[in-house]
Design a protein around this ligand. Structure first.
Ligand code: GTP
Length: 255
């Protein structure tokens, strides 16, 4: 078991028995209203939510197949109210971060910088590296765009992050593609950190290409709610919104 809090991250690299999926913990960060929950639910259920409980924060789990390899993807949909505070709960748990802003809200973009700085500072020097993906959401709101694609790309490149734009309310495959790209990044980083080149006696380099599949670093807490059929285990507060909607999966109200 590795520690949940504190900077010293123990990397439990374990050999995965054949047929057992690897695990990948993804944390979604960003300003309130940027679309973190909508993206999470779209990925898990292929559906777009337009009303939700902004105080809910939980972790969901979904079985995914990425490049013919099974993964258990755990997604923590965070609910920070005022930027990155009390980040310990996710920093040491994450294998990757998706930092979301809304392209029609400049403030949400500015908030991303703080998140990127926080997570990159934390991850500096850790092995494997923790990929960070910057994601401009709500491209369906092009008319109201306040953050150009070039601005998004520039911020991402400043911190060495991948960058995408998407809409949680448009096609599912684009959203799924981003989550799968995150899994690929994590797998690449994990492979890079656990498959060093060995110099044999005759000085020729051989890689461990025949090594069995290995998991990403998986930290045991927090316990995820099981998803695909998502369940929500906890609420930090009662919902502020009381629209007459079908309440499905507890927190998420899907029209
Ligand atoms: N037009 C449009 N609206 C979106 C999109 N994604 C989310 N929304 C809407 O934006 C609002 C905020 O979305 P959420 O997913 O709840 O945002 P959040 O980042 O989880 O917000 P907090 O829980 O408050 O941190 C909701 O009204 C959503 O319906 C999108 O891609 N396009």
């Amino acid at each position: 078991m590795s520690l949940m809090f504190g900077k010293a991250r123990t990397c439990n690299i374990v050999t995965v028995p054949e047929h057992e999926p690897s695990e990948c913990n993804i944390v979604i960060l960003g300003a309130m209203g940027s679309g973190k929950s909508a993206l999470t639910v779209k990925f898990l259920t292929k559906r777009f939510i337009s009303e939700y409980d902004p105080n809910l924060e939980d972790t969901y789990s979904s079985e995914e197949v990425v490049d013919q390899q099974p993964f258990i993807v755990k997604v923590m949909d965070t609910a920070d109210q005022d930027g990155p505070v009390n980040c310990e709960r996710y920093l040491s748990w994450a294998n990757a971060f998706i930092i979301v802003y809304s392209i029609d809200n400049r403030n949400s973009f500015q908030a991303c910088q703080q998140y990127i700085e926080t997570v990159t500072l934390y991850s500096k020097g850790l092995q494997p590296d923790t990929p960070v993906i910057l994601l401009g959401n709500k491209v369906d709101m092009e008319r109201y765009r306040q953050v150009s694609k070039a601005d998004g790309a520039a911020l991402a490149s400043r911190f060495g992050c991948r960058f995408f734009e998407v809409s949680a309310c448009l096609d599912f495959l684009s959203v799924q593609h981003i989550f799968h790209e995150v899994v690929r990044e994590v797998r690449r980083e994990t492979d890079r950190s656990i498959r060093p080149l060995f110099i044999s006696e005759d000085k020729s380099a051989i890689s461990l290409s025949s090594a069995p599949p290995l998991t990403a670093c998986y930290k045991e807490l927090p316990t995820p709610a099981t998803a695909k059929l998502v369940t929500v285990k906890s609420s930090r507060a009662q919902s502020k919104r009381r629209a007459p909607t079908l309440t499905l999966l507890k927190g998420f109200k899907i029209f």
